[in-house]
Design a protein. Structure first.
Length: 385
């Protein structure tokens, strides 16, 4: 057995931990680019006020929606003008990815497109990114501990990653209390994203004993708290579980890859602008079904078959559960959380061929436990409509 595991230099987790931000930030730089959501919940406002009371100057860069290539180029310009030597992101996955990509681009010449996989020149970063602190305010993406930033290109109608091992945050500061204000529909979609991200790396071809441990713990916590966090938004224990599930998913996916759900998600997000978590939720049950069917027909000795059953046992906390029980539970959870099908976002059968051919090239698709045929991928989309 051999593996390679990389993560953020430091991970700090716990209710109230965000209060350490001013002191931690001062150790990493002298002028911060502070990337935030345009919408500011009170807990984030308080944090920014606390930062303002220190002697660390910062330049605000608010973003709205999932990040685009253009936004990163603008952030770089703003940071260079102000002389920023570090970046702080306080927000959901969109804000974290905006800050992470900006930290990478600021010390490197040119525009972000030059460095992008698939739609750009795929240049490697010459200079190391600026120091970067990530504070998630949603519990879903785990982006505080991943080495990529997902960016949308309106021109190409696709989302692609800027990726480099050096893009791992210097500090991931995960304070579950920051997620208490997340509205129900976002709690639902981000929660389903977190669940997907502890399930897909558990069955990939690149799973390792380290990532297995993270995924098992995440599955256990998502199983007991995903429905509860939606029903009881003020339940601190449930928010805590989901913030940890999200973090564990990030640790796992950055080192063991994902699978067909995320292979599709970047393409669908780019083409229709649907929220990432909602796309994952709609796709997760049909992807598990398709994978199990394909594995049973073509690769009965593939360990993923056994792993799906094990994942079901951990998720449902039931020793006799198998993959079909997990599919039922996930489908029912999606229904309870009010997650709509992909048709709700404008996905149409006429687009299936384009979606399938673009998704087949996505890097996450390569992590799927078995290579699915174009017919199988099309059937997944039909079932997720
Ligand atoms: P998001 O960051 O887009 O936020 C969703 C909504 O929630 C926004 O309207 C935001 O204003 C609001 N919000 C965020 N925190 C809040 C809070 N505490 N209180 C009230 N409202 C709040 O959603 P997300 O799901 O966290 O991130 C999605 C993005 O992350 C996508 O672009 C996706 O592709 C990317 N992603 C990245 C990785 C990675 O490893 N880099 C992994 C998965 C997903």
């Amino acid at each position: 057995m051999s593996f390679d595991f990389a993560t953020a230099a430091r991970i700090i987790f716990g209710d109230g931990s965000a209060r350490q931000l001013p002191q931690l930030a001062r150790e990493l730089g002298s002028h911060a680019l502070l990337v935030t959501d345009s919408f500011q919940p009170p807990s984030v406002g308080e944090l920014i006020d606390a930062l303002g009371e220190t002697d660390l100057p910062f330049t605000r860069f608010p973003v709205s929606g999932e990040p685009s290539v253009e936004v990163i180029d603008q952030a770089k310009e703003a940071a260079l003008r102000a002389g920023c030597d570090m970046v702080i992101s306080i927000g959901g996955g969109s804000v974290i990815d905006s800050g992470k990509a900006s930290a990478a681009l600021i010390p490197n010449e040119g525009a972000v497109i030059d460095y992008l996989e698939i739609i750009g020149a795929g240049r490697k970063l010459d200079a190391a990114p600026l120091p970067f602190i990530a504070l998630p305010t949603t519990a879903g993406t785990g982006a505080e501990v991943t080495k990529n930033a997902v960016l949308g290109s309106k021109a190409q109608r696709v989302k692609v990653s800027l990726r480099d091992n050096r893009m791992l945050a210097d500090i991931a500061l995960v304070d579950p209390a920051l997620t208490h204000s997340v509205p129900p529909s976002v709690t639902a979609s981000t929660g389903m994203d977190a669940l997907t991200q502890v399930l897909e790396p558990y069955v990939t071809r690149m799973a390792t004993p380290l990532t297995d441990g993270f995924c098992s713990e995440g599955l256990r916590r998502a199983g007991r708290s995903l429905r509860r966090v939606y029903e009881e938004p003020a339940n601190a224990a449930a928010r805590h579980d989901m913030a940890l599930t999200s973090l564990l998913g990030g640790l796992a996916l950055a080192n063991a890859k994902l699978g067909a759900v995320h292979g599709f998600a970047g393409v669908l997000g780019g083409m229709y602008g649907a929220p990432h978590g909602a796309i994952c939720a709609a796709l997760l049950p049909p992807v598990i079904e398709a994978n199990i069917k394909a594995l049973t027909e073509r690769q009965q000795d593939n360990p993923a078959l056994r792993r799906y059953d094990q994942a079901a046992q951990i998720l449902l906390d039931e020793g006799s559960a198998d993959a079909s029980d997990a599919i039922d539970w996930i489908s029912e959870t999606s229904r309870l959380l009010g997650i709509p099908g992909l048709g709700n976002y404008g996905v149409k059968a006429e687009d299936f061929a384009e979606i399938v051919s673009k998704s087949a090239a996505a890097s996450s698709m390569k992590g799927n436990p078995i290579e699915l045929t174009a017919e199988e991928l099309t059937a997944i989309l039909r079932a997720a409509l």
